[in-house]
Design a binder for this molecule. Structure first.
Ligand SMILES: [Zn+2]
Ligand SMILES: [Zn+2]
Length: 439
C-alpha cells in the first residue's frame, strides 16, 4: 500500500506521528504537532486563540516578511512588458496588499500610467502553507482555469503572467499571478432585497449556463501543459488542504469513493479527527459505501458517467463581484476549481436562483431544485477544521436521515456498535480500536 500523504510530516523530533491538520497547528509558536504533543506540557504556548491585536500583529509580521522576499522592481518590469510597455507602480495606499488579503493570498494593486490597474496575486507564505510542489500545482491549475474561462467568455480576471515558488530564473522571489482587476465589489450583502437578489441571480444564472455549455470529459482540475495547452489533470487538494492529488476520474462513484478513502487514510494516520478517530472512521467508511453504491446521486444514474462541469469551490459569496446594480461583474479566486459531476455542480441553492435557471434551461433547473446530497455527504464533514464531536455527530444525524430516512430514532451508540460488529473484518478499524484500547 502506498504511504499515506502527509501535509506536515514532523511533529517534534522524537515523534514519528504526522502533524494533525485540524488540532495540531499552533498559531503562537507556528509549529505542527500531533494531537498528543499539541497538548503536552512540553508545548508551553497558551492554549487559547490569539486575540484580535495579536492576530493583526502576526499577520502584519507575516506579510512584511513576504514583501521582503519580493523583488518589486522585477515584477513591475514584467507587468509593464506585458502591457505594451506602459509604466506602472504599486498602489502606495496598500503596500502590504492587506486590503484584499484572503486565506492563501495577498493582492497588490499595480496602477499603469493610463489609469488602468492589475493585481499581483501573491501566495502567502506561513506555517500553514503547503509545500512548494503542492503550492505550484495549485497555482498552475488556477492559471489553467483562468485561461479556460477566458476562452469561454466567463467573466473572470484575465491572466497576464505567473511565476512559481522557487523558480530562480524569474527572480520575483515569490509565487505570483498578474491578473486583471475586475470592476465591482465582493458580494457580502447582509440582507439584499428580493428584487436585488433576482437581478443578481439573473446574471449568475447566465454565467452558470455559459459554463454548462462547455462540458468536460473527466472529473479533475484543469492543468497547464508546458506548451501552454490546457488539459484535465488530477484534483489538487481542496480548500481545507486535506488531501493529496486524486484523479482524474471518468465516473462520479469512483470520485466520491476515492475522496472518502483519502479521508479514511488520514484518519488512520491521525492527521484528522484525532479526538474521535474510531467514530470518524466509521462515518467515512459509511460515506464510502454510499459512494460505491451510487447513493450520492439522487438523479438518474447515467449522470455519474458525465459529462462534467467546471465548479468554483467557494461556498460563500465573496468570490462573486457585483456592481452597484447587483449585476455580477465576475468570479474571482478560482483556486481548487475542478470539473465535477452534475449532481455536485448544479448544487441546489436559493429558490430565486432556481427560478432564474428555470427560465433558461429546464433540464438544468431540475438539478438546482433537487436534493443536495453531495454537499451534505462531503462538504460538511470534509473540512480540515477543528470540529467537535457534538458538531460531527449532529451532522452525521442529518446525513443518515438523508441517506436512510432514519429520523429521531437514530441512536449513535447503537449504530456504532452494530457497525463495529459488521466491519469486524476491517483490519484498519481493528488496528484503530486496538490502538485506542477499545478491544
Ligand atoms: Zn505553540
Ligand atoms: Zn507527536
Amino acid at each position: 500500500m502506498p504511504e499515506t500523504f502527509r501535509f506536515w510530516t514532523f511533529c517534534v523530533s522524537e515523534c514519528s506521528a504526522a502533524a494533525a491538520i485540524d488540532v495540531g497547528l499552533c498559531e503562537r509558536c507556528k509549529q505542527h504537532f500531533c494531537a498528543i504533543h499539541a497538548i503536552l506540557a512540553t508545548h508551553c504556548c497558551k492554549k487559547y486563540p490569539l486575540d484580535e491585536d495579536e492576530w493583526a500583529a502576526a499577520q502584519t509580521e507575516e506579510v512584511t516578511a513576504l514583501r521582503h522576499m519580493m523583488n518589486d522592481e522585477i515584477l513591475r518590469r514584467r507587468a509593464s512588458e506585458r502591457n505594451g510597455g506602459l509604466n506602472c507602480e504599486f498602489d502606495p495606499s496598500d503596500p502590504l496588499g492587506q486590503k484584499r488579503m484572503c486565506g492563501m493570498h495577498i493582492h497588490l494593486r499595480i496602477i499603469f500610467s493610463n489609469g488602468t490597474a492589475w493585481l499581483a496575486r501573491i501566495l502567502r507564505h506561513n506555517y500553514t502553507s503547503f509545500s512548494d510542489d503542492f503550492s505550484n500545482l495549485c497555482l498552475k491549475s488556477e492559471c489553467a482555469t483562468l485561461k479556460w474561462l477566458e476562452d469561454i467568455n466567463v467573466p473572470s480576471p484575465k491572466l497576464y503572467d505567473f511565476g512559481l515558488r522557487n523558480e530562480p530564473e524569474i527572480k520575483v522571489g515569490v509565487a505570483y499571478m498578474l491578473i486583471e482587476e475586475l470592476p465591482g465589489t465582493p458580494l457580502l450583502l447582509p440582507s439584499p432585497s428580493e428584487e436585488q437578489l433576482r437581478k443578481l441571480y439573473k446574471s449568475y444564472a447566465d454565467i452558470l449556463c455559459t459554463i454548462y455549455k462547455y462540458p468536460i470529459d473527466q472529473i479533475g482540475a484543469l492543468s497547464l501543459q508546458p506548451d501552454g495547452t490546457i488539459c484535465i489533470g488530477p484534483i489538487v487538494g481542496d480548500r481545507s488542504g486535506t488531501f493529496s492529488q486524486i484523479g482524474p476520474f471518468s465516473n462520479a462513484r469512483e470520485y466520491y469513493t476515492t475522496w472518502a478513502e483519502k479521508y479514511l487514510e488520514m484518519i488512520c494516520d491521525h492527521q484528522l479527527f484525532t479526538p474521535y478517530s474510531v467514530n470518524a472512521y466509521l462515518i467515512f467508511k459509511y460515506l464510502k459505501e454510499l459512494a460505491q453504491q451510487g447513493q450520492w446521486n439522487a438523479f438518474e444514474s447515467s449522470i455519474d458517467n458525465g459529462p462534467f462541469f467546471l465548479k468554483h469551490m467557494d461556498d460563500k459569496s465573496d468570490h462573486i463581484l457585483v456592481d452597484k446594480d447587483y449585476n455580477v461583474t465576475g468570479f474571482i479566486d478560482w483556486t481548487f476549481a475542478r470539473a465535477v459531476p452534475m449532481q455536485g455542480w448544479a448544487s441546489p441553492g436559493d429558490r430565486i436562483l432556481a427560478e432564474a435557471i428555470q427560465t433558461r434551461d429546464k433540464y438544468l433547473a431540475r438539478f438546482v431544485s433537487g436534493p443536495d446530497l453531495v454537499r451534505r455527504f462531503s462538504f460538511a464533514l470534509g473540512m480540515g477544521m477543528c470540529m467537535s464531536w457534538d458538531e460531527a455527530v449532529d451532522l452525521f444525524r442529518g446525513l443518515i436521515s438523508t441517506a436512510e430516512g432514519i429520523g429521531s430514532e437514530f441512536d449513535w451508540d447503537v449504530w456504532r456498535q452494530n457497525r463495529i460488529a459488521q466491519w469486524a473484518g476491517d483490519g484498519r478499524l481493528q488496528a484503530l480500536l486496538l490502538e485506542l484500547g477499545e478491544i
